[in-house]
Ligand binder design. Structure first.
Ligand SMILES: [Fe+2]
Length: 246
């Protein structure tokens, strides 16, 4: 009797942390997942990468995605029910990725922001120019007990020629979250080179998928199986504190 031994399917590389703290998997509240079915597929991809806790951080931005504590809670409840029905082994939490704009100012003033567990807050800078008031805001947030996280600092192109600002902001106690998609080159050479600079200068505290779609998940999965990722691991392991969010 002959036995044919095929090549073993190589297992996908898993992440070394368990919490994805930046994702657009909540269905129907921003330009991320558009349906519960899509969200479930994205969560399955997270599990394949070794993630078992996801913080849902849908956009909150003036005019485009004016989310509120109520819309976020509703999206979370819908997805949580679907996850239970599917029997997925993944813990969900929710907050938001808050763009610092006039809508944020109003929510903050009214006490209507939704922080992550542990009072962490994911903040998005303007992509056009640095906010003049960002230092004051970070100081104010910290004095009120919030732990601000700057979402994807590598993607703000105005820092490329002013990288000393990265050091200044980081020294003020804000945590830096870099996108796996930036490391994979998805946002172009500028974001990639900023991300690599931040890694080399030990300024990366958290990593996020920032996944908006199943395609993003696939790009990240391919990147995790690459030599480029393997080369970065010694610099990142032991520095990344995603699992501290609790
Ligand atoms: Fe995001």
């Amino acid at each position: 009797m002959f036995k044919i031994f095929g090549k073993k399917n190589k297992e996908n590389v898993k992440l070394f942390y368990r919490t994805d703290m930046h994702s657009h998997i909540m269905p129907g509240v921003d330009h991320g997942s558009q349906s519960v079915e899509e969200s479930i597929e994205m969560l399955k991809a997270e599990i394949d990468m070794g993630i078992n806790r996801v913080i849902l951080t849908s956009h909150t931005t003036a005019e485009t995605f004016e989310n509120t504590p109520e819309t976020l809670a509703e999206g979370y409840e819908t997805l949580k029910a679907a996850v239970e029905q599917e029997g997925l082994d993944i813990e969900l939490h929710y907050s938001s990725e808050y763009r610092i704009d006039e809508y944020w100012d109003q929510l903050y003033k009214d006490g209507r922001i939704v922080p992550m567990p542990g009072n962490f807050l994911l903040l998005e800078n303007s992509f056009v120019q640095e906010l003049i008031s960002i230092d004051d805001l970070l100081f104010d947030l910290r004095s009120k007990g919030y732990k601000p996280i700057l979402a994807h600092p590598e993607r703000y192109s105005y820092y490329t020629n002013r990288r000393t600002r990265y050091e200044k902001l980081h020294s003020m106690g804000v945590k830096f979250q870099v996108n796996l998609l930036s490391l994979a080159g998805y946002f172009g050479p500028g974001a990639h080179s900023n991300a690599m600079w931040l890694v080399e200068h030990n300024l990366v505290d958290m990593l996020g998928s920032d996944m908006h779609s199943i395609e993003h998940a696939q790009i990240i999965q391919r990147y995790l199986n690459s030599k480029d990722w393997k080369k970065l691991l010694p610099r990142l392991e032991g520095r990344i504190v995603n699992d501290m969010i609790k």
